[in-house]
Structure formats: C-alpha cells, structure tokens
Write a new protein. Structure first.
Length: 95
C-alpha cells in the first residue's frame, strides 16, 4: 500500500481512521468515535472546545502540510472545557 498525501488549504482537522476532514477541531471531535485520532497541521485554531464525548479521543497537532511529518505545534486561541471521557493531547499550545 502506498500512502497518498494531499495539501489541505486553511485550518483542517483530519480524523483517522475515517480520513474525513473538518474545518474546526470541534467538528472533528464531535464526529470522533472512541480510539479515533484527530490530526492537525501546525496552524492556529480560534475556538472554544467543549470536550464531552464519553470516549477516548487522541488529539495530535503540529503536522506539516502533507501530514507526513510531525515536528511543530498547533495553537488553540480559546479554551478547552472537559466534562466527559478522555482526550490524549500532544503538540498543542493553548492560549
């Protein structure tokens, strides 16, 4: 199997394993099932996330434009509100 990468313009949250894309982190989180991973590029999202999914979701930021390298950070200008479930977060800066 050969991986296929494409460039995504703007802020994009990429949900795996479904390969769906979302313009907001909240949209990707709301669609995520237990064990899914949300990947984002090294960009800035301005939103307030409400994390109330009773599942375990992985949130990994800092990818390059092709999602083939993860060396940076994704920034969230806003807040995170946790009320249910578990979220494993890496490569994010919260302002």
């Amino acid at each position: 199997m050969t991986p296929h990468f494409q460039f995504f313009a703007g802020n994009v949250a990429f949900l795996t394993p479904s390969m769906a894309t979302y313009s907001t982190l909240q949209g990707a989180y709301n669609a995520a099932a237990s064990g899914n991973t949300i990947q984002t590029r090294s960009v800035v999202f301005t939103e307030n996330l409400i994390l109330n999914n009773p599942s375990t979701i992985n949130l990994i930021g800092g990818f390059d434009d092709t999602y083939s390298s993860n060396l940076g950070n994704t920034q969230i200008n806003g807040s995170l509100t946790f009320s249910k479930g578990n979220v494993n977060i890496s490569n994010f800066i919260i302002h």
